[in-house]
Design a protein. Structure first.
Length: 278
DNA sequence: AAGAATTCCAACCGCAATTTG
DNA sequence: GCAAATTGCGGTTGGAATTCT
């Protein structure tokens, strides 16, 4: 592929965005949506490349972005997710509503790496007894909704023309194995126990029925926004005019459930909370 | 007070993946 | 099936802000 000329060669502006530029792109996207990023600067009257516009919007101007410092819970979640996913910042960001991959990457490099560097794992004799921990094959998640998403992030997308398809049982097994492996590797009985509890709980994660998604996608509209949630299912575009308040509330409730889920898995466990102070 | 060093984060770069014609 | 166009992602950087000496 021939590389497109850089912004400067095309007489386009680089560097920090001005308030005026922000206002232009926000008002344009609010009224027209963002179908084609490359076309947006021309249509909106900005001397920026489409890539720069997309980055500015996704990292800073999107209305669903949460501003401000990361909470302790968010930081701990990032550490745990990074342990599972590695430098898959976008995958981590998908599980932290309101946070961008760029922001998470920055926090990782500026705060969390240092925190982990200074971290000495607690000497915990009860947790070091691997013989009592269930083998990974002993854990069988029936309701592995969240974990199958994690597994997808580890293995790559499950859909798409070239992606090998996994059976649901295969996903469950591999997912449970990877989670349990993390728990066992950490000597973490609490997490292993939680995985078992999840196995026995049919309704651990409240589900939203299929009509929720299909109804909202039934009509097309240029004005749309993205519900970024912990589940991929939440990352769909909602036509504004088709959105009903009750459905929005359902989505918000589900996001809260997602946060509770991660809190239970990663934060609530006393062992996993023993992370170093700055 | 001032200069140096460090921290932080928005933005850029380049590559890979995906979509389009 | 192919090439071009577009999008998404992760690594890196520039410079403003802050802290240190």
């Amino acid at each position: 592929m021939v590389r497109a000329p850089c912004c400067e060669k095309m007489g386009l502006k680089k560097g920090p965005w001005t308030t005026e530029e922000d206002q232009i792109i926000v008002s344009y996207i609010q009224s027209n949506g963002h179908g084609n990023w490359r076309a947006i600067p021309k249509l909106a009257g900005l001397l920026r490349c489409g890539k720069s516009c997309r980055l500015r919007w996704t990292n800073y101007l999107r209305p669903d972005i949460k501003r401000g410092n990361f909470t302790r819970e968010e930081e701990d979640s990032i550490i745990q997710l990074h342990e599972m996913l590695g430098n898959r910042w976008s995958a981590i960001a998908a599980r932290l509503p309101g946070r961008t991959d760029n922001e998470i990457k920055n926090v990782w490099h500026t705060h969390l790496k240092k925190r982990l560097k200074n971290y000495q794992p607690p000497q915990n004799s009860k947790n070091n007894n691997d013989s009592k921990a269930p083998s990974t094959s002993q854990i069988n998640l029936k309701n592995s909704h969240n974990f199958s998403n994690i597994q997808e992030d580890i293995n790559g997308p499950r859909s798409g023309p070239n992606s090998p398809q996994r059976s649901s049982s295969e996903i469950s097994t591999v997912t449970a194995d990877s989670m349990a492996a993390t728990a066992v590797t950490n000597g973490d009985q609490t997490m292993v126990k939680q995985l078992d509890e999840m196995d026995s709980s049919e309704n651990f994660i409240p589900e939203i029925d299929e009509s929720f998604w299909t109804d909202n996608l039934s009509t097309a509209d240029n004005s749309s926004f993205v519900m970024a949630g912990a589940h991929e299912e939440l990352q769909v575009q909602f036509p504004f005019h088709a959105m009903k308040q009750e459905r929005v509330e359902m989505a918000e409730a589900k996001l809260e459930d997602d946060m509770d889920f991660w809190y239970n898995v990663f934060i609530k466990s006393g062992d996993l909370l023993e992370l170093p102070e700055f």
